[in-house]
Design a protein around this ligand. Sequence first.
Ligand code: AMP
Ligand code: MG
Length: 403
Amino acid sequence: MIPLSEAQQYVLSQCAPLPAESFPAFDALGLVTAEPIESTEQVPPFDNTAVDGYAVIAADTADAPTVLQVAGAIAAGEAPTVDVTPGTAVRIMTGAPMPAGADAVVMVENTENPDGADAVRILEGVSSGAAVRRAGEDMQPNQTVFESGTLLQPGHIGVLATLGIASISAHRRPLVGVMSTGDELVEGPQALAPGQIRDSNRHTILSLVAQAGCDTVDLGLIRDDEDAVEAALRSGAASCDALITSGGVSMGDFDFVKMVLKRIADMRWMQIAIKPAKPLAFGTLDGTPIFGLPGNPVSSMVSFELFARPGLRLMRGIPLEDAHRPRVLGTADEAMRRGPDGKTHFARVEVRWENGQAFFRSAGGQGSHQLSAMAAASGLALLPDGSGVEAGDQAELVLLHAS
Ligand code: AMP
Ligand code: MG
C-alpha cells in the first residue's frame, strides 16, 4: 500500500488546466480566468452621494442647526444643472452626481423642512467629504481587478458588468464522461433477478461531477467484457476531457477496467493505505485522464472526493491550494472505534457546528456498501491507524458540503 499523499500527488500531477477560450462575461460564473482582468474605467465614474439628503458646502453647516436655501434637486441618473453656492443646498438622491460647489451631503434624517420646499434646516453639521463617494474609489483605470486563476463568483460577474467587459478569457469547463461497469448491474424500477443490483454509482458520480463544476456525459452501463470495456474507454477518451469509471479495478477475475487500462493506457494501479477506496486505477489515454474508481458505492464516492474532484478542479484552472475540500479539526460527540490495519479510515460523519466549533458523530453504517450513511454524511472524519476516537477526542474532518 502507498500513502494517500503519494497517490494524490501522482494523480494530480497529470491533471492540467484545459486551454483558455473566450466566454461571454455573463456565462462565466464558475469559470477560472486564464488572464488577469484589467479595468478600463474608473468606478464609480463620478463623485456621487451615498445617501438621500442635501448637497452642501460643509463650512455652511458648522453652526448647525442652520437654514439653507434649496436651489434645486438631482435624482440618480441626472446630470447636475445647479451649483451649490454659499448659503444654499441641493436636494440629492443616493447615487446622483455631486453638484459643483458642494463638498458634503447631509442625510435627510438630519434635516427638517419647516418652511416648505424652498429652505431646509440642517440639524447636524457635516465635515468636508461626508457621504460623498469619490470617483475611482472602488477601481482605477488599468488596474488588475482580478488575477489569472480567479474562480469567478457572483461578485466577479458584477464587477465585469460594472466595467462593461463583455467577454473574458477563461479555462474551458471539462466535459467528463461517466460509465459504470459490472454484469450484476441493471437500471430502472423493474424487479431484480437473482444476483442483480441497480447501478447507483453512475448517477452518484454524474452528480458529483456536475457539483464539481464540470459538464457531464452519461456513457452508460458497460458489461464485464474486455472488448466492451476497451471500446467504451477508447470512444469516451476520444470525445471527453476526462473519464470516470466505477468497478472493475480490484483483484477479481472480471476486473476488466484495470486490465484494459494496463494494456491501452499509461496506467498506474495503486493500493492506497485508506479505507474505504483502497484500489485506484488512474491512467491517461492519449492525454485524457481516466479515473478508474472502485465499485463499492461508498468507495467510489470517497475516491472521487480524494482524487477525481481535485483533479477535475485543476483541469478547470483552479489552483492546487484550492483544489481540495476544506478540512477542519472537529471534536467527537461519541466514540468511533476502528481496528489497526495500516490504513487511514475516512469515516462517514454528520458534522454539527456550535459557536464556530465542529463536532461529529457517525452518519450510520460504515461499510463501503452502505450508501445511506454516505448520503447522510456532511463530513469524512480521518481516523488514523489505531483504535479510533473516544468522545471528546479530536479528528480532522473533510467538509463534504463546502467547496
Ligand atoms: P467491483 O469493484 O467491480 O468488484 O465492485 C465492487 C462492489 O461494488 C460489488 O459489490 C459491486 O456489485 C458493487 N458495484 C460496482 N459497481 C456498482 C455500481 N455502478 N452501482 C452499485 N454498486 C456497484
Ligand atoms: Mg465489477
